[in-house]
Design a protein around this ligand. Structure first.
Ligand code: A2P
Length: 318
């Protein structure tokens, strides 16, 4: 491992700025605002199509001495088209180039789903573009991920959208254990069993969509989706603490040691979300929020349009 990386082996910060669906035009200011606010963690992925802007904002923030590289935690992810072991190193190098960094703090396998390489940094509607996990096993991809740590291209490796059984398969062959599993989680989808499994294996759980995706795409695409930030229990707890519903949802996760990566490009909400670190919920609040769990996913994987592919929604999560 190189010296630069050794100095960054701090623990993963409990709150990071999410960047999925952040438009390029708003993201530069959002990253700078987050770093000025005190965020030390940015969550990225090449499929979000905005890493180049993040890279520019990071470079300028280092120059302006808003933060140093050593104090910052940057996560990115391996896209589905690059699971073949021989493609993994090029994939992280492309991401490093976009982010203008020479190492990542964490690199995750984004989905337990593989595409043909030709799909590139895209989603696909063509079932012929999918490659089955028996053709490109996740364990082979994992071994290639381990090489990245040995080469000093990232400090930690992990997975995203992985179920317990898929992590168990990795653990059987791993010489470097997954550091992190990033999955959807919020009070409507607590992921208790997965959290317990991760805790018992020293794997940090990160919650994406920790605000239930706020007013975002999940709600726009499904008017029946429950709105977390308007939930009565969450709002009452927020009022009691002179906090906001978003802060309550985030504080609940932080209290159970789940890392949160709320996405926002709005300066007020970026600051508001960071304020969740200061919110101490009462035991009664936590018990009331625990009761809201209904195993509700806003993102079930069906947006991959899996018809006739080697994957089903059930096979992704099993
Ligand atoms: P915006 O970027 O305009 O702030 P999640 O991280 O759960 O996917 O949620 C992201 C969505 O929630 C985005 O639409 C974001 O919009 C919105 N959002 C982020 N922070 C807050 C907040 N504190 N209160 C309300 N909505 C928020």
């Amino acid at each position: 491992m190189n010296n630069k990386i050794t100095s960054s082996l701090a623990k993963m910060p409990m709150i990071g700025l999410g960047t999925w669906m952040s438009t390029e035009s708003a993201l530069y200011n959002a990253v700078e605002c987050a770093l000025q606010t005190g965020y030390k963690h940015i969550d990225c992925a090449p499929i979000y199509g905005n890493q180049t802007v993040i890279g520019k904002a990071l470079k300028d923030s280092f120059s302006k001495k808003i933060i140093t590289r050593e104090k910052l935690w940057v996560t990115s992810k391996l896209w589905n088209s690059f699971h073949a072991p021989e493609d993994v190193e090029d994939a992280i190098k492309n991401t490093l180039c976009e982010l203008k960094l020479d190492y990542l703090d964490l690199f995750l396998i984004h989905w337990p789903i593989a595409f043909k390489k030709e799909v590139g940094l895209n989603r696909t509607n063509d079932s012929g573009d999918f490659v089955s996990l028996s053709q490109v096993p996740l364990t082979d991809t994992w071994q290639a991920m381990e090489e990245l740590v040995k080469k000093g291209l990232c400090a930690h490796i992990g997975v995203s959208n992985f179920s317990i059984s898929k992590i168990q398969d990795i653990l059987k062959i791993a010489t470097i254990k997954p550091y992190n599993n990033q999955v959807e989680s919020h009070p409507f989808f607590a992921q208790d069993e997965l959290l317990e499994f991760c805790n018992s294996n020293d794997i940090i759980l990160t919650a994406y969509a920790p605000l239930g995706s706020g007013a975002g795409s999940a709600l726009e695409n499904n008017e029946n989706a429950p709105n977390l930030l308007e939930n009565k229990v969450i709002c009452e707890i927020a009022n009691k603490h002179h906090a906001t519903p978003a802060q309550v949802a985030l504080a609940w996760q932080i209290n159970r040691r789940v890392v949160v990566i709320p996405k926002s490009t709005n300066e007020k909400r970026i600051k508001e979300n960071f304020g969740a670190l200061q919110l101490k919920l009462d035991i009664g609040d936590i018990e009331a929020i625990d009761q809201l769990n209904m195993n509700y996913r806003y993102y079930d994987g069906s947006f991959f349009n899996l018809t006739n592919s080697p994957y089903t929604v059930e096979s992704i999560w099993e």
